[in-house]
Write a protein of this length. Sequence first.
Length: 109
Amino acid sequence: MDTAPSACYIETMTPELFIETCSKDSPPRALSNVLEALWHDRKGEWEKAHEAVQNEGDRGSAAVHAYLHRKEGDLWNARYWYNNAGKKPFNGSLDEEWEAPVREFLASR
């Protein structure tokens, strides 16, 4: 039996519900590559998170890519990706930087 949330569920998902899905074994279907990357990162799966955004050309993916390299401590690489995203390096905590695109990309659905 398929218990993955439907696309309709994704359309109405809040950041709090998104965080709750991180207790599951697999991400909800119909996530954007940005949200999928953030989902994997929340679970401690940095490599899977990186794979979800590394070959994408949009600014949202670049911003999450920057966050991931900042998290791993590769600040030079992070600055490169912040530049690709058209953003200045994030000055807040890693948790705040993780939460910002979750809120942004869920609100834009």
